[in-house]
Design a protein around this ligand. Structure first.
Ligand SMILES: [Zn+2]
Length: 1008
C-alpha cells in the first residue's frame, strides 16, 4: 500500500498542538481580578490576604524583580456548568519553557489555606469536581515576580540578581485569569496522542510502529476539529487497542519517583526557596490526592523545616502524605550539599541533622543518599554513608562530564578506606524527567547493566527552581505502565528499586575513588569569601563544641545544644551545592557572608564563655589549643599558662642578600629574591631544596579566564595558554618581630586596578613558610594562581579530603587524567618522593593544579593553588574588592607533617586570662590517629561523643585517654548511636584503639 509516515506525524502533531490541547479549557468566563503590589520582602499569608485590593485588568504588566503581587480572584460558576469539573486557569505571564525560573504563584482560599501552586506547566486550580450552579469562587494568589536570569544567551551579566541592584521595571503580563470547564476526555485524548506519537518516533520500522501510526490516523479521522470536546471520546476509542498491548517480557523497567529538584538557593535567594518549597509541595500533595499510585520524593531536611515553620497548613498535608507512604523523604541530609569541599565533620553533621529531623518530625529514616546535582563526589563519602547507616547512593551529575563517559549506571562505589556503597546513575541523564518517549527510550538504550539488571530510576518533574510533577506526567506514566515498544514505568520509592537491584547484581561492577565531575572545576575557587566563611566556621564550631564539652565536664556548665544546633544548621545550609561552590546570584553570596559573620560571632561567644568557665578568674595569661596536635607546647585540647611554655629551640636569622633576604631558623633556610620570589627553601636536615633549581616559588600567575559557558562554574583547559607572571615588586621589606618571627613583606601591582601584599613569615623551629596575602582584586574574567615548582619527582600527589587524603597521578596518560586539570584539596596537598616531600597548606582555598616538567635530568612537579577568580555570571561583581588568604609551604613534609600543618593552620591559638590551665578531656596517642571531634551527644543525654580517624592510609594502633569519670564506652555510628559490639574496654580512662586505613571511628562515652 502507499504509505507516508511524515504525513501522519505532521497531521497528529498539528492537531494535538493547535486543536486538542487548547480544547482542554476551551469553555471559560473571566474572573474578576484585584491586586496589591508589594515591593521588597514578602509578608505572611494572613497579612497578604488582608491587604487593600484594587481592580486589576488582565493584560496589565505586574511585578518588579523580587517583588510580590497579591491577586484576589472572584467569580461565579455559570448555571449551565452545574455538575461539571470546573477549574481556575491562571496564566501569570508564563514562558512555558521557564518553569521555576520566572514568576510563580501560590494559591490560597479565602480562609488562608494554601491550595496549590501556579507555574508555566501547571496553571490550573480545582474549583469543584462537580460544580454547583452559581457556586462562588474566591481565591488569592501570592505571585512572586522572580526575574528570569538565564534567558536567551544564558550567561549575560545582570544586576537583577540582587534586590539591592535590581530594576523597578514590571516584568510580567497576565495572559488569562478565567474560570473554565475542564474537559476530561480532551485532556486524556491529548495524553493518548502524545504518548503514542512519541512512542512511534522511537520504534524501529516494523508492524508495531505502523499500527500505532494507523491508530493515530484513525483517531484524527474520528475527531471533529470544530467540536473537539464532543468527539474526543470517540477519537480515544480508536487508540484503545494500541494502548492496551503489553510491553515485551524483557522491557527495561523504570522506577519513577515524582521529584522537583529545588535548589536551596541559586538564581533566587534563600527566602524565595522557602516559598518555592511551599508552592511545589502544596501542588504535590494535591497530585497525591488526585492519583492512586503516584509517589513523590523530596530531599533536604532544611526544606521540610522551612515548610513546618513558614507554611504550617502545607506541613500538615505533607505529614499526612508521608504517613501514607506517598510523599517520601530522601537523602537523609540537611541540604543537598556539595560533598567535595565541606570538612569531614560537616558531612557527618549533614547526615546527623538531616536524619534526626526526619526521624523526630516524620518517623522516617532515609536509607539512601540522594545528591542528583552536586558537582563531583568525594571519595570519603562511601565510608561516611556506610557509617551513618545508608545503604545506597544516587546521583546523575557525572553524566555532565565534558570528556569521558562513565562506564556504569549501577555499581559499587568504593572510597578511600575500602567501604563500598551500591550506587545508581539514571541512564535517562536527567533529574528533571518528563517521561517523554525519547527519555524512556534513552534510559533503555543507554543502561549499561542491561546484561544483568532490569531497571533504572527516573526522577520525574520540573526541577532546579521547583514545580515538580504534573498531572500530564502521571497520565503518561499510567500509559507507559505496560505498553508494547516502551520500557515499563511504575511509581515507587527508590528504596524498592535498590532492594531489587541488590538482588539482581550480587557482583556489581566497582568504581574506586572520587567521582570527579569533568565540568564546573572553577567551583573550587569562585566566591572566595563564601569558601573562607565555610572553612573558618566549620573549624570554629568544632572548637566551640570542644571547649563547651570540656566546660560541661570540668565545671558543670550547661552545653549549649540549641545554639550549636542552630549555628551548625546555618553552616550546613551554606554548603548547598550552589552556595559553597560560588555559583549563586550576588544576593545569595552577600547573605552567606553575613551569615558566616553571625555564626562566627556566636561561636566565638561560646568559646569565650566556655574558656572563661574553664580557666577561672585570674591574671595568668593562658593559651588554649583546639587543634588536634600540640601547638607551641600546648597539648591538643588543652589550656596552658603561657610562662609554662619552654623557650623556642631556634632563633630565626634574617640576612639581606642580593637585594632579597635569607631567612634561616635552623630547620629550614629560605631565600627570597629581590623580586619577592622564593629561589630556594632548604630542609637543613637533609640539604634538600624544595624549589627546583633555577625556578621560583610563590610566583603569582594571572590568567585570562573566559569559559565557553557557565562562567562562575567553569574554567576551560585553554585558560592556561594566556598567562602573566607577576614579577614587578613595588615594595620589599623584612624584619624580625618581637616573637622572633622573621617576616618579609612583598607588594606588587597586579594591574592598573589591583594590588597584592604578601607577608612571608618563618617562625622559630617551623617547617612552614607561611604566606598571608591581601589582594585588592578589581579584575574581570581573570584567574589568579600561586605557583611552586618543586624539586620533587612525584608520581602522585596526595590531596586532603574528609578524614584522610586521596592520591591523584601527576601525569596525563589517559583522557580521564587529562580531564582533571583542576582538582580539589582541603588543607594540604603533598608532593612526595622517597625520603623527601613538600606540602602546600592553606586556610580557605580548595582548588589547585599539578603539572610535570622535565628540565635536564630533573622532574619538576609544579603545584599551584587557585586563589581568586572574577566571573561575571551569575554575580557580575564576583570576588571584587579586598580578599585575604593564608597559605604556606611546608619544607620536608610527609603525610603526617602535612596533616598536622594543615590542621594547625585551620585553628588559631587563643590567649585569655584566668587562674589556671586545663588538662585536655581527651588525649590521643598513636601515629596517624587524629582527634576530629569532642562534643556532647545530640540526644542531650550528657554522653560525650569522641571521633577519631586514621590519617595516613595505614593500620594505626594507639590509646585514647579520657580524663573524666567514665561509666562505659561504646563504638557508635556517625548518628551517635551505640553499635551492638559489647562495648569497648576502658582501663583507668584508657581506651586502646586500632584503626584501619582512613577509618573513622566514633565513640560514645557514658560519664560516671
Ligand atoms: Zn541543583
Amino acid at each position: 500500500m502507499h504509505d507516508d509516515i511524515p504525513l501522519t506525524v505532521g497531521r497528529v502533531t498539528r492537531v494535538l498542538k493547535e486543536r486538542i490541547l487548547p480544547a482542554v479549557h476551551a469553555e471559560s468566563v473571566p474572573l474578576t481580578a484585584q491586586w496589591h503590589e508589594l515591593p521588597g520582602e514578602p509578608v505572611a499569608p494572613a497579612e497578604g490576604l488582608a491587604l487593600d485590593y484594587t481592580p486589576y485588568a488582565v493584560g496589565t504588566p505586574w511585578g518588579a524583580a523580587w517583588g510580590t503581587t497579591w491577586f484576589r480572584l472572584t467569580g461565579q460558576v455559570p448555571a449551565h456548568w452545574a455538575g461539571r469539573r470546573v477549574e481556575v486557569v491562571a496564566d501569570l505571564g508564563f514562558d512555558r519553557d521557564m518553569t521555576g525560573f520566572q514568576c510563580e504563584g501560590l494559591v490560597y482560599r479565602a480562609d488562608g489555606t494554601p491550595v496549590k501552586s501556579l507555574n508555566p506547566r501547571n496553571q490550573w486550580v480545582l474549583v469543584a469536581d462537580e460544580a454547583e450552579a452559581g457556586q462562588a469562587v474566591e481565591l488569592y494568589v501570592e505571585a512572586a515576580s522572580n526575574p528570569i536570569l538565564v534567558a536567551g544567551n544564558p550567561f549575560v551579566p545582570t544586576s537583577e540578581g540582587d534586590i539591592v541592584t535590581s530594576s523597578s521595571k514590571r516584568l510580567y503580563t497576565t495572559g488569562r485569569l478565567d474560570l473554565a470547564v475542564f474537559e476530561r476526555d480532551v485532556f486524556e485524548l491529548a495524553l493518548d496522542v502524545e504518548v503514542l506519537l512519541e512512542l512511534q518516533a522511537e520504534l524501529p520500522a516494523g508492524p508495531r510502529r505502523m499500527q500505532v501510526l494507523q491508530a493515530l490516523d484513525d483517531a484524527m479521522d474520528r475527531l471533529d476539529l470544530q467540536h473537539v470536546a464532543s468527539t474526543a471520546a470517540e477519537a480515544r476509542a480508536a487508540l484503545v487497542d494500541v494502548l492496551a498491548r503489553p510491553a515485551e517480557a524483557s522491557a527495561h523497567e523504570i522506577s519513577a519517583v515524582g521529584h522537583a529538584h529545588i535548589d536551596s538557593a541559586w538564581l533566587w535567594p534563600v527566602r524565595e526557596t522557602i516559598r518555592k518549597v511551599a508552592r511545589t509541595t502544596s501542588s504535590m500533595a494535591t497530585l497525591i490526592d488526585e492519583t492512586d499510585d503516584f509517589v513523590y520524593g523530596m530531599s533536604s531536611a532544611q526544606q521540610y523545616a522551612w515548610i513546618k515553620e513558614h507554611r504550617p497548613e502545607v506541613w500538615e498535608r505533607v505529614k499526612a502524605a508521608v504517613d501514607a507512604g506517598r510523599f517520601v523523604p530522601l537523602g537523609g541530609m540537611w541540604v543537598e550539599s556539595d560533598t567535595v569541599m565541606p570538612s569531614g565533620e560537616s558531612l557527618v553533621r549533614q547526615f546527623l541533622h538531616g536524619q534526626r529531623f526526619f526521624e523526630t518530625e516524620l518517623g522516617i529514616r532515609c536509607r539512601g543518599v540522594w545528591l542528583p546535582d552536586s558537582f563531583g563526589y568525594s571519595p570519603a563519602l562511601p565510608q561516611l554513608m556506610r557509617r551513618a547507616g545508608f545503604e545506597w547512593f544516587f546521583t546523575q551529575k557525572i553524566s555532565w562530564n565534558q570528556v569521558n563517559t562513565f562506564p556504569h549506571h549501577t555499581f559499587l562505589w568504593e572510597g578511600i578506606d575500602g567501604s563500598r556503597v551500591l550506587s545508581h546513575f539514571p541512564p535517562m541523564d536527567t533529574y528533571n524527567a518528563q517521561l517523554s518517549g525519547a527519555e524512556v527510550a534513552l534510559a533503555s538504550r543507554q543502561f549499561r547493566e542491561s546484561r544483568v539488571a532490569t531497571g533504572s530510576i527516573a526522577p520525574v518533574g520540573w526541577g532546579d527552581g521547583g514545580g515538580g510533577t504534573t498531572r500530564e506526567m502521571t497520565g503518561r506514566a499510567s500509559r507507559l505502565a505496560d505498553l508494547e515498544g516502551s520500557p515499563r514505568v511504575r511509581w515507587e520509592h527508590p528504596d524498592a528499586f535498590f532492594d531489587r537491584t541488590r538482588e539482581q547484581l550480587p557482583h556489581a561492577p566497582v568504581w574506586v575513588g572520587e567521582l570527579y565531575l569533568e565540568l564546573h572545576r572553577a567551583t573550587l575557587t569562585s566566591q572566595h569569601r563564601t569558601k573562607q566563611g565555610n572553612r573558618r566556621t566549620e573549624h570554629l564550631l568544632v572548637e566551640a563544641e570542644l571547649w563547651a564539652a570540656t566546660a560541661a565536664v570540668r565545671t558543670g556548665t550547661a552545653y549549649p545544644h540549641d545554639e550549636l544546633d542552630a549555628l551548625w544548621q546555618q553552616v550546613l545550609l551554606q554548603q548547598f551545592h550552589d552556595i559553597l561552590p560560588g555559583t549563586s546570584i550576588a544576593w545569595v553570596h552577600r547573605e552567606a557572608v553575613e551569615q558566616y559573620a553571625r555564626v562566627t560571632e556566636a561561636a566565638e561567644a561560646i568559646v569565650a564563655r566556655s574558656l572563661a568557665a574553664l580557666v577561672g578568674e585570674g591574671d595568668v595569661v593562658v593559651e588554649a589549643n583546639a587543634a588536634p596536635f600540640e601547638r607551641a607546647g600546648v597539648p591538643a585540647g588543652g589550656v596552658t599558662p603561657l610562662e609554662a611554655q619552654g623557650p623556642g629551640a631556634y632563633a630565626v636569622s634574617l640576612v639581606e642578600r642580593d637585594g632579597g633576604w635569607v631567612l634561616d631558623n635552623g630547620v629550614v633556610a629560605v631565600t627570597v629574591s629581590a623580586e619577592g620570589l622564593l629561589t630556594s627553601a632548604v630542609d637543613l636536615a637533609t640539604g634538600r631544596d624544595a624549589i627546583s633549581p633555577g625556578r621560583e616559588g610563590n610566583l603569582l600567575q594571572l590568567h585570562e579566564d573566559v569559559p565557553n559557558r557557565w562562567d562562575a562554574w567553569d574554567v576551560d583547559r585553554y585558560y592556561r595558554n594566556r598567562v602573566t607572571d607577576l614579577r614587578d615588586v613595588s615594595a620589599l621589606t623584612a624584619a624580625v618581630d618581637d616573637e622572633g618571627v622573621a617576616r618579609v613583606v612583598v607588594e606588587r601591582q597586579i594591574s592598573a586596578d589591583s594590588t597584592v601584599r604578601q607577608e612571608l613569615s618563618l617562625a622559630p623551629g617551623a617547617r612552614l613558610l607561611e604566606i598571608s596575602q591581601q589582594t585588592d582584586w578589581n579584575e574581570t574574567e581573570k584567574f589568579l594562581k600561586v605557583a611552586f615548582p618543586l624539586d620533587v619527582r612525584a608520581e602522585h600527589v596526595a590531596a586532603e579530603t574528609q578524614f584522610g587524603f586521596h592520591r591523584r597521578v601527576t601525569h596525563t596518560n589517559t583522557s580521564w587524567e587529562a580531564a582533571k586539570f583542576e582538582t580539589s584539596m582541603h588543607r594540604f596537598v603533598l608532593a612526595e618522593e622517597r625520603g623527601f616531600g613538600v606540602a602546600l597548606v592553606n586556610d580557605s582555598t580548595y582548588g589547585h593544579d599539578v603539572t610535570r616538567d622535565v628540565v635536564g635530568d630533573d622532574v619538576v612537579t609544579t603545584v599551584r593553588l587557585s586563589l581568586l577568580r572574577a566571573p561575571r555570571f551569575p554575580d557580575p561583581e564576583t570576588d571584587q574588592g579586598v580578599q585575604t588568604h593564608r597559605y604556606g609551604l611546608v619544607v620536608g613534609a610527609d603525610a603526617d607533617v602535612a596533616t598536622r600543618e594543615g590542621a594547625l593552620m585551620g585553628t588559631s591559638a587563643r590567649r585569655v586570662r584566668g587562674a589556671h590551665g586545663v588538662a585536655p578531656l581527651v588525649t590521643v596517642t598513636g601515629e596517624g590517629i587524629v582527634l576530629s571531634s569532642v562534643k556532647e551527644a545530640a540526644d542531650r543525654s550528657g554522653d560525650l561523643v569522641v571521633r577519631v580517624y586514621e590519617s595516613l592510609g595505614g593500620r594505626a594502633r594507639g590509646v585514647l585517654r579520657l580524663d573524666l569519670p567514665v561509666a562505659s564506652v561504646t563504638t557508635a555510628t556517625l548518628l551517635e548511636e551505640p553499635l551492638d559490639d559489647g562495648g569497648v574496654a576502658v582501663t583507668d580512662g584508657d581506651v586502646p584503639i586500632v584503626l584501619s586505613a582512613f577509618e573513622v571511628r566514633t565513640l560514645r562515652v557514658v560519664r560516671a
